[in-house]
Write a protein that binds this ligand. Structure first.
Ligand code: NAP
Length: 432
């Protein structure tokens, strides 16, 4: 029997478990460990609450979780409750699928002022992640600045812009719905350090800004190259730029403008004890395609700054780490004998949920090549002995199903669930 431990129960973790079942059939046992008492990682706490169709992929992960060969071990923290060395001694293979849950820093003056937050924190807050449930960002009447031109920036701007009615039917947590619903931001500025041709946003995601109840996109046509230049873009990207052009041509009459500012790079944040403004430098597109500063700066009002500029994988003691790239040092997912990484922990924060599927399948094939025959490892029984010896209070998949039922039962009318936002509440529901 081959024993595999996967650390992290998000899309990368579950697709890898699925791939291991396909690769090794009945001869494998997979334990999926997570520091949270609830599974599904980014699906639960990253994907926007108004994107329920994307979240439905968790049903596929549930089917994997309910096979006898796969087990969920929640509320177990690698590096604190159990070490990588201990897992390597117990399992044939240890696969890190820990994602990239830490915010990349802007690295500019004033970044630590209250009112400046990263997207991991802001998204975690409205999605009810226990780490960020207490964030309570000031939104009432503020000019919000969202830094970055990727889909995360769009998620953040859209959730900030939506009215309470538009948040019905979503699983945004009560504390965020109340704050965002009753208070309205004055404006939203989306800042891109390069131009419309360099956005990472998708056409579909952009189109969701088109018909909002109280907010509408505003774009200066001067930021665009002539329309013929769009022909050089790849088809999907061309569609996204076409959406931007449509926004630029429209003249919406809505109370909250969502201003796209291109060729604008944040250089400093300032305010008296709280963010009040951002200094922005005008940029040009350099020869290598990067943003080049012009030295010309201007100020924009900012009562809330949310940087959506990428993420890092937190290091784990004893695991080689590439500090520059912000993820585990690896070659095609291999870290060291028996130790692998997948998903964002391997390749950085790029791609869609589905990108993790081929990633997981590649690692399962790699493992089969690296170690055609499993060793005589203890696997599950060894981990259970450690858990008992350390008196750890873990959460199983059946426990999670109780938590889920409780979240569904307490949902407001029309909403799919009302998530628990504290670990203690989750554990109480699991034991209840
Ligand atoms: P992203 O697409 O890489 O966007 C990051 C943005 O931050 C880029 O515009 C980048 O500009 C900018 N940036 C980086 N450093 C900066 C700095 N120091 N100052 C100013 N701007 C800076 O990443 P993401 O939005 O975090 O999304 C991560 C992945 O998840 C992406 O693959 C995304 O498509 C996916 N996702 C998908 C959805 C969906 O609904 N489909 C939702 C959320 C996320 P440069 O381009 O100039 O580097």
């Amino acid at each position: 029997m081959r024993h595999i431990a996967i650390i992290g129960s998000g899309p990368a973790g579950y697709y890898t478990a699925e791939a291991c079942l396909k690769q090794f059939g009945d001869d494998v046992r997979v334990d999926i460990l997570d520091r949270m008492p609830v599974p599904f990682g980014l699906i639960r706490s990253g994907v926007a609450p108004d994107h329920q169709a994307i979240k439905a992929v968790s049903q596929r992960y549930e089917a994997i979780a309910l096979t006898d060969s796969v087990r969920f071990v929640g509320k177990l923290t690698l590096g604190r409750d159990v070490s990588v060395a201990e897992l390597l001694a117990l399992y044939d293979d240890v696969i890190l699928a820990t994602g990239a849950p830490s915010d990349q820093k802007l690295g500019i003056e004033g970044e630590s002022l209250p009112g400046v937050v990263g997207s991991a924190a802001f998204v975690g807050w409205y999605n009810g992640h226990p780490d960020y449930a207490g964030l309570a960002p000031k939104v009432d009447g503020v000019d919000a600045v969202v830094v970055g031109n990727g889909n995360v920036a769009l998620d953040v701007a859209r959730i900030l812009a939506k009215s309470p009615a538009e948040l019905d039917g979503t699983d945004i947590v009560a504390h965020a719905r109340e704050r965002l619903g009753t208070a309205q931001v004055r404006s939203i500025t989306i800042l891109g350090r390069r131009g419309p041709h360099q956005i990472g946003m998708g056409a579909k995601e952009l189109s969701e800004l088109a018909d909002l109840e109280r907010a509408a996109p505003v774009i200066d046509t001067a930021d665009f190259l002539p329309p013929e230049s769009d022909a050089m873009l790849e088809a999907g990207h061309r569609k996204a730029v076409a959406e931007l052009r449509r926004f630029a041509e429209a003249s919406p009459q809505k109370s909250v403008p969502i201003r796209f500012r291109f060729f604008a790079r944040p250089v400093a944040i300032s305010g008296a004890g709280q963010v009040e403004r951002m200094t922005v430098e005008r940029t040009l597109l350099g020869q290598n395609g990067g943003a080049v500063g012009t030295g010309q700066t201007y100020e924009i009002p900012a009562g809330l700054v949310i940087s959506c500029i990428g993420y890092r994988t937190p290091p784990i003691p004893g695991v080689p780490y590439d500090d520059q790239l912000g993820r585990f040092a690896n070659v095609d997912g291999r870290i060291s004998p028996g130790l692998y990484c997948v998903g964002w922990a391997r390749r950085g924060p790029t791609g869609t949920i589905g990108t993790n599927k081929p990633d997981g399948y590649r690692i399962a094939e790699q493992i089969a090549k690296d170690q055609p025959e499993p060793g005589k490892k203890q696997g599950r029984s060894g981990l259970d002995a450690l858990i008992a010896q350390r008196d750890l209070d873990i959460v199983t998949f059946r426990d999670w199903q109780k938590i889920e039922r409780a979240e569904i039962e307490r949902a407001r009318a029309g909403a799919p669930r009302e998530k628990f936002t504290a670990i203690e509440e989750m554990v109480e529901a699991a034991r209840g």
